[in-house]
Unconditional design. Structure first.
Length: 118
């Protein structure tokens, strides 16, 4: 297990996150990095995204997912203007998040990698 630290704390907080575009439309392309967290693994499917994130515990997972969705929506709409008229709201309000708990990082990485086959 790898620990990180900031000025006040030492932590290891990893999350598996899955979210979908509105109506599960196949509009996704590979994403970009954000500040305040690290994307350990990512699998972008045509109609959903799997992320394995390392998040500073002072930044809530809800705020992190909100940042990812907001930034990716902005960037995708700038690159693909047709999305503005086809899907007024790019992401659904819902998402799945699971802490790593008793599962190893390698197991979650393998699961995300295996999603390419589905």
């Amino acid at each position: 297990m790898k620990y990180k630290s900031n000025r006040n704390i030492v932590f290891s907080c990893s999350y598996h996150v899955v979210f979908c575009p509105k109506y599960r439309r196949p509009v996704l392309v590979d994403g970009a990095d954000e500040l305040g967290f690290e994307i350990i693994e990512m699998e972008v499917m045509p109609d959903h995204v799997h992320l394995l994130l390392s998040v500073d515990p002072q930044l809530s997972i809800h705020r992190t997912v909100k940042r990812i969705k907001g930034r990716s929506s902005h960037d995708l709409r700038a690159e693909f203007p047709w999305l503005k008229s086809r899907i007024p709201t790019l992401w659904t309000n819902s998402y799945f998040v699971s802490t790593m708990g008793g599962v190893s990082l390698a197991q979650v990485r393998k699961y995300i990698e295996d999603q390419k086959e589905v």
